[in-house]
Write a protein that binds this ligand. Structure first.
Ligand code: ATP
Length: 217
């Protein structure tokens, strides 16, 4: 079923995100150094590591929201700092703070997403909320929802944005078992369509195409 929800994105080539010689120093502490990896369409890369090891810092660098102290992030072989908007239009980042407006309703949040996103699906927004488990909560302020429901509002953007690269920071936080399975299904379906996912999670991610990178290794 999930396979039928997500659109097919016409990709000219296999999308690839790679990093070379990445280093991150925070307050004189080296979080990671000489980090090299590549993730291509069809893959789900899970970044692991203990609290404070630099997972969120790495994701922010991959998004171009923070700079590494050394090294380069490449999208399709080009430095993302050179690409800027040409990179960001391929990317959906859902961070710790979820990026939702709590004064707005779930429906209004998705309307904002659709208005601002570079490429969107044509899914009916009410249907997207139903799929994500928020039927009946479309029109209430997000601040009145539970933590798990608020996380679902944030994750509903996966159904609305039509981009190849998903970067997700702890997407399963506050979700119940059924919601975790549903999101894992979305990740699998996204990868099966030739797209890529980079995520952090302290839990084992149950995706067919998942592989792990441990920052503590
Ligand atoms: N803007 C910042 N300025 C200074 N230090 C920072 C900044 N952002 C993060 N740090 C520090 O960098 C370290 C790594 O933080 P980060 O959030 O990347 O870790 P994490 O692996 O995602 O942790 P967690 O598993 O707890 O979410 C922490 O010690 C944090 O205090």
């Amino acid at each position: 079923m999930i396979n039928n929800i997500l659109p097919t994105i016409a990709l000219p080539t296999t999308p690839t995100l790679s990093v070379a010689g990445l280093q991150c120093i925070r307050d004189d502490r080296v979080l990671f150094d000489n980090l090299n990896f590549s993730v291509s369409g069809g893959e789900v890369l899970q970044i692991e590591g203990r609290n404070g090891s630099g997972k969120t810092s790495l994701l922010r660098i991959l998004c171009g929201l923070a700079l590494p102290t050394e090294g380069i992030v490449y999208w399709q072989g080009q430095d993302i700092l050179d690409l800027q908007g040409d990179y960001w239009e391929n990317l959906l980042y859902i961070g710790h703070l979820a990026g939702i407006k709590v004064e707005l309703t779930p429906l209004e949040n998705l309307q904002v997403t659709r208005a601002l996103a570079s490429q969107t699906t044509d899914i009916d927004l009410t249907d997207a909320l139903a799929i994500i488990g928020l039927r009946g909560f479309e029109d209430v302020p997000v601040r009145t929802l539970s933590a798990g429901q608020q996380r679902r509002v944030a994750l509903a953007r996966l159904l609305v944005c039509n981009v190849p690269l998903w970067i997700l920071d702890e997407p399963f936080t506050s979700l119940d078992k059924a919601a975790i399975q549903m999101i894992e299904g979305l990740l699998d379906a996204h990868a099966q369509r030739g797209n890529l996912v980079v995520l952090t999670s302290h839990h084992t991610v149950n995706c067919q195409q998942a592989r792990c990178l441990d920052l503590n290794d």
